[in-house]
Design a protein around this ligand. Sequence first.
Ligand SMILES: [Zn+2]
Ligand SMILES: [Zn+2]
Length: 269
Amino acid sequence: MSVEVIFLGVSAALPHRDTANAAYLVRIGNERILIDCGPCILQQLDSVNVSPAELTHVFFTHRHGDHTLGYPMLMLWYELQENPNLALPTLIASAQTFAALDTLMDTAFGNVEGVTASAPRIVLPQDAPAEVQIHPHIRLRTFPMQHSDFAPVLGVRIETRGPFGEHAIAFTGDTLPNPNIGVLAQEADLLVHEATLSATLEPQYAEGAYGHSTAQVAGRNARAAHARRLALTHIEAATLEQRQILIEEAQREFEGQVFIPVPGLRLVL
Ligand SMILES: [Zn+2]
Ligand SMILES: [Zn+2]
């Protein structure tokens, strides 16, 4: 009955040779929640020996391609199984994000769409916090982040209790520093915070820019929220070559554990 996070990738929009786009799999009992679905998602899942058939939920933070371009490929996987008993995962996103997902699917595989249409959906508000109980002991809480008017982001906090123990895992998605991160990350066992920018390497963007945060901001938010651990993610390919700089930048703000996950890393809470 453990709660486990598997890191599938930590790169920003453009992948690095060592890691594809930011995506995560949360395993809680029999539930398998995929967070984001970039262009390499099938390969990322296969590399940790997880079949799309195992997924129970797919959460999309926002419509940008590094978080959604794998959606038509994931859906094609289900279309090609020819298994009438295959259960499709429940898709969770805002209405704006769903509109983009439907356009992607129509454009890529509109002619084969069959079972995809039967995937259950949970549509969340984009402009207000929301809660979804996906299991008697698992709750998703979402909060609007500040990233892009074109592609509004929902940060997601996954909370467990009962047989899974009391845990909270927080994912910011892509975002500028904003007050909702404090609620999202409050006393989280793990805060997965974007760090597209570096205050050390790019001091002119120390407080965030272009809809993104620095590792310094991530560390500050982890400390303010009393999070236990901080995973830095959504990291530029060039910066990944100097990842220790980001870790040290966050460590100057936050005393807890700071790390940049390698793809395939499993963390058991
Ligand atoms: Zn992104
Ligand atoms: Zn984005």
